[in-house]
Design a protein around this ligand. Sequence first.
Ligand code: T46
Length: 133
Amino acid sequence: MSLINLIEFNCLGDDRGGLISLEQNKNIPFDIKRVYYILDTKKGVARGFHAHKDLQQVAVCVKGSCRFILDNGVQRESVILDKPNIGLYIDSMKWREMHDFSQDCVLMVIANHHYDEADYIRNYDDFLTVSVK
Ligand code: T46
């Protein structure tokens, strides 16, 4: 089974321009507790390199592009996000890395929990120990 789960959002735009609406438990498959966005990422910088014990997220590249790697400890897959109407669903216990940010990239992430550093697994060997059982 693929690790890459993409959600396509309806485009509600008209001749005035674009509009996309995100709603909890409708096109976002969980209760929304937090939204953050990553922008102005410096050239050549990669981010992520962690997993979450208990966090679901949907990542949307609302402007520009970046490449996600998702890894469950056995499989590793890559996807380019470059459309504001496409969300990448990221389940808990998936190692994630973000690479190849375009200069104009604005990556918005919707999460089902508040920020909690204790939920992060930031060491890949620790991740493998708990994920591959
Ligand atoms: C993820 C990927 C896709 C906060 O204080 N609150 C927040 O909501 C977030 C997301 C981060 N922070 C702090 C924690 C660190 O001191 O901001 C700093 C940078 O966070 P981090 O290095 O974890 O950022 P990324 O880009 O590596 O990862 C982020 C999310 O943290 C993570 O949950 O799945 O984006």
